[in-house]
Design a protein around this ligand. Sequence first.
Ligand code: NZQ
Ligand code: ZN
Length: 390
Amino acid sequence: MLGNFIYSNPTKIYFGENALNGLREELPKYGENVLLVYGGGSIKKNGIYDDVIAILLECGKKVIEDAGVMPNPTVEKLYEGCERAREGNIDLILAVGGGSVCDYAKAVSVSTHCKEDPWEKYYLRMEDVDNDIIPVGCVLTMVGTGSEMNGGSVITNHKQKRKIGHVFGDNVMPKFSIMNPVYTFTLPRYQMTAGFFDIMSHILEQYFSGYDDNTSDYIMEGLLKSLIHSTKIAVKNPKDYEARSNIMWIATWALNTFVAKGKTTDWEVHMIGQSIGAYTDATHGMTLSAVSIPYYKFIMPYGLKKFKRYAINVWDVKPDGKTDEQIAEQGLAEMENYMREIGLVMNISELGVKEEMLEGIADGTFIMEGGYKVLEHDDVIQILKESMKY
Ligand code: NZQ
Ligand code: ZN
């Protein structure tokens, strides 16, 4: 049964090879001062920067740049961005980049006019926004997080060894997002495949929870099948537009809040992954891939019915003559084969995790209650240790 819910998503999407033209429609809606936020320079190398600047100037905007947003944006960078946004009296934040840049833009959006320390208010205390918000628009260049159409914003505090996401409401979601699949062609393979698994993980985090006959589960099975099909093509030919465009759109649907409506969700893989990220600064998608198989093997006995369904409906496992356990196990084995085929990291040691970090990572892992098994501290340690054997 579907639970009760309210659904709204205010982000306007411009999708396709000419999507950047959407900027000409959107920019006139905002004041003159634009904070142009971007990362370490990929947009300068591939020409996206020049195209964006040309349209900003054509639309009469005063551009203040905030460059150098790092993967897994830090709290120090956030404070710096707020300072810049205050000084520039910013009317619109335009994020040009991947999830880190979009997440950071949202953090600056809610923090610039915040009277308190935003890290404490939004990330440690998880409070709602009660001050002015600067509107955000995105030009997406890396696919995976869904940040282009959600209120999520993840910030890392290395001193406190905490990486925490706050999911803000409709008012913080991007007002518009420009999604041109061609922009993703220049991604390094490691980032590309990490993004692919981030998408898969987002879907699985919402799928592996509850047993109701829920239409969201059918939608997610469809998204997963399309994702598996298209990513296998994209790893062979990263410039396959059909595959890359499908993947880009699946990523958005995987985490634009739609499939979670009316059902419970898990998110434990992300909690473990984020804690690994706080210790290692590793690439987000790879922190998820390296713990997923050990985690799902661990919880499978508690959610056997769903794991059996997953094996049959997503991985085409033939159930005849097999026990439920055998079917479920074969589904996870197929998933592992696929993960190896597309080149994902399967062992947390490859991400820089050392034996002596395990206690701290487990301590920093938030325990969720929507999955098939509520983990204990030692369960997290066991999952981390299992990953080290892969
Ligand atoms: O910084 P530049 O030079 O631009 O390079 C970036 C960066 O090094 C590069 N890149 C991006 N687009 C490119 C490109 N290189 C060449 N060509 C392009 N077109 O890719 C690298 C990674 O970018 P990043 O934005 O860090 O990746 P991603 O999109 O995976 O974002 C990761 C962040 O999002 C958070 C993660 O925790 C992490 O901090 N998440 C946000 C979520 C949300 N908002 O809902 C949910 C996710 O689960 C996730 O937690
Ligand atoms: Zn993710």
